[in-house]
Each structure stands twice: as C-alpha cells, then as structure tokens.
Design a protein around this ligand. Structure first.
Ligand SMILES: C[S@@+](CC[C@H](N)C(=O)[O-])C[C@H]1O[C@@H](n2cnc3c(N)ncnc32)[C@H](O)[C@@H]1O
Length: 376
C-alpha cells in the first residue's frame, strides 16, 4: 500500500478553496471534481490531511473504482479486494451507500451485496463465519455514479467540521469548514483586524484565530484512522508533534467578536477557551447599530440572521445597518454570507464578487466588497 489515492470531500462551491490548501501543503497531483478532490498520496498523508485541512469535509481512502451494472459484477469486484488488509477481525465495519444515475439504483441492495462480498472475503482469512463487530469503526462506502462504483474507506470518521472546540452552539451556527473557507476566500491576514458583528457561537473568529496562530484544525479531535490496522500509530503521533511545533503561540491577533445576545457571547468565549484562544479574540455584547470600529483597513466577515433559520425578525433592517456601517468604515473590506436574496438591495451596494455556496442544505451567497489595500 505504498501509493494510494485519497479523496478530500468538500462543500459544494468550495472545491477551489480546498484545492488551494492542498497546493499550499505541497500536493501537486490533484484532480478537482464536483464536491471532491482526488489526491495521489501515501499512507502518511492520511494523518497529515486529516489534521491540517481546514476546508475539507472528509478524507476518504479510495480502495477501488470499477464499472458495475449488475449485482454479480458488484459482488465479484468487491470480493477481489483483499479486505483482510484493511479490516481486522473484530473491527466494526459499516457499509454506507450512494447511487446516482446508475442501473444499480437501490442503495440498500448495493450496501447488502457489498457487505456480503466483504464478509465472504474476510472469512477466507479469519476462519470464522460470524463477525461480532465489537471493535473500532471502519466506515466503507459504495458510491455509484453513472454505473461506476467507487469503494472508499472514510479515514476521518466524523466530519472534519467537528473540530472538538464547539461544545455548545448558539442558534444557527455556521459549519467550521465553511467558516474557514470564508476566511480563506477573503483578503484577511493575521496583521489585519477581523470583525464578526453577528458572531453567534464564535465560529468565524475562532477559525480565524486558529489560522492566525497556525493551529492545525484537527489537533483537538479523534479520527477513525487512529485505529486502522494498516496505519502505524507512530505516523499520527509524529505528524501531531510537527503540528504542535508549528503553532505560533506568540502571534498577536486583532480579532473582534460581537453579538446582540449575551448568551451567544458567553458560548463563543467558552468555545474559544477550549483552544486557549480567549485572549486572542475580544468578545463583547453589542447591537450592530451601536458598533464602533476604528477605520483601520480591517476585514469584516459575517453571517447575519437570514430568516430561514432564525425567524423573520428585522433581517432587512439588519442588512441595511450593515450597509450603513460599511459607509462609515471606508477602508474596510466586507464579506457577508447569507441566504437572503435581497441582501445587496438592503446593503445598498452591488458586491465586487458574489459566490454561490451551500451552507448545509441552504443555498447561500458570499457577497464580497473589497476595500482599499492597507498601506505598507
Ligand atoms: C446566523 S447567526 C450567526 C452564527 C455564527 N456565525 C455561528 O457560527 O454561530 C446570527 C447572529 O446574529 C445575532 N444578532 C441578531 N440581531 C443582532 C443585532 N441587532 N446585532 C448584533 N447581533 C445580532 C444573533 O444573536 C445570532 O447569534
């Protein structure tokens, strides 16, 4: 298992951001598709990518890819894979399935056939007819697209947005991977002020502080690959050590997180404390109408309430307020993610760039207003 293929799955519309992250990490042989990126890799890249990628959702190990139009074909091809290389006798292997535009459209049948083929193959090595599945989880997926079956193992386990710091959420939190993507799509860097006046659980400010201090996003959590029989524990430990050594503990950041809700600020501050970042972010309770920020080439990245998830309060009014703030902060750049179709009208200005993306299942837009470049 020297050369392997990994698949980084991404949020739809954000593939290019993950691609940029991979290029920055030095990966060259990568292929971008809808919602995923295929990467030529080696086993040691499994811990590396899981620990470091901020914008990907999962890292899958591609086991095989083949055409399958009948269940016999699916069974035979899955059986050909040497499953005892991947699955220990006690492992709790779980088969998940997907199918789109394929003759094998029944997901449950494809799952069942795949599991049967895996069990038959495992029996040849483990000499048992009953697998208790009492050990560590190994999630296997059979994904059919245009009659091509892709068999993968999910090395992440829980989605990578689960960083481990957001113990409590306030109302409608943004996914951590999306928050990191929004920051990566902006011109913010650690020398500029960042503000989120609708910070809720604090996702955007916390992700920014992690980027500013170079804290790998996966350091606080567990991954399924940690228990895989084919992955040496020492590779993970070594990679973790490197990540810790790269943290810039002394980096001074100027990150502002405010919200009208006292409860939200309490939750956001507690979440940041879990990472030891509470001193890097200045949290305070404030209505956006009363917010006073210095005109210092800062970058505002925010996710205002947009009705669908919060309830119809004064969404239009708040977007107008945001537009008023932009008028007073002439040197700032504004970045706003919202599902509100009337946003630009209420903000009072057409954006320099607008990107469509999905926040969960909600079609959203990322409106970008570029301020002047900071003076050197
Ligand atoms: C969509 S949520 C933000 C979610 C956040 N990005 C997160 O990850 O948790 C919108 C937030 O706007 C806050 N909000 C509503 N009206 C406000 C106002 N007038 N001024 C400031 N914040 C307000 C709400 O309390 C809520 O936390």
């Amino acid at each position: 298992m020297e050369n392997i293929k990994l698949i980084a799955t991404t949020n739809f519309g954000l593939e290019a951001v993950t691609k940029r992250e991979l290029l920055d990490l030095g990966y060259e042989n990568i292929k971008t598709m809808d919602g995923k990126i295929e990467i030529e890799a080696t086993l040691s890249d499994i811990p590396k990518l899981n620990l470091r990628l901020r914008t990907a959702e999962r890292i899958l190990l591609l086991i095989d890819k083949f055409e399958a139009t009948t269940f016999e074909e699916l069974f035979d091809k899955v059986y050909e894979i040497n499953w005892p290389d991947y699955i220990a006798e006690e492992d709790n292997f779980i088969i998940q399935g997907r199918s789109r535009n394929s003759k094998l459209f029944s997901i449950s049948d494809s799952q069942r056939i795949t599991e049967k083929a895996i069990i038959e193959k495992l029996k040849t090595k483990y000499k048992t007819s009953w697998f208790e599945k009492s050990g560590p989880r190994v999630k296997i997926e059979v994904a059919l697209l245009n009659d091509i079956a892709e068999i993968t193992i999910d090395t992440s386990g829980d989605g990578l947005h689960k960083r481990g710091y957001r113990e409590v959420n306030y109302k409608a939190p943004l996914s951590e991977t999306i928050a990191a993507s929004l920051i990566k799509l902006s011109y913010w860097n650690k020398n500029r002020t960042l503000a989120d006046p609708f910070c809720g659980s604090g996702t955007i400010p916390i992700e920014a502080a992690m980027i500013g201090k170079n804290i790998a996003p996966g350091l606080m959590r567990k991954f399924d690959f940690e228990k895989f029989k084919f992955l040496d524990e020492s590779i993970f430990k070594e990679e973790k050590k490197i990540c810790y050594s790269e943290i810039k503990y002394d980096e001074k950041l100027d990150i502002i997180a405010s919200d009208i809700s006292h409860k939200a600020i309490e939750i956001a501050r507690n979440n940041s404390e879990i990472l030891g970042l509470d001193e890097d972010i200045s949290f305070f309770q404030k209505d956006i109408r009363e917010l006073d920020l210095p005109d210092n080439y800062g970058v505002l990245i925010t996710n205002p309430p947009y009705g669908e998830r919060i309830g119809k309060e004064d969404v239009d009014e708040l977007n107008k307020e945001l537009g008023n703030l932009a008028k007073t902060l002439k040197t700032w750049s504004f970045y706003v993610i919202t599902a509100n179709e009337k946003f630009e009208k209420n903000f009072g200005k057409k954006s320099d760039r607008n990107r469509k993306l999905y926040n969960g299942r909600i079609k959203s837009y990322y409106y970008q207003y570029y301020g002047p470049k900071p003076k050197k």
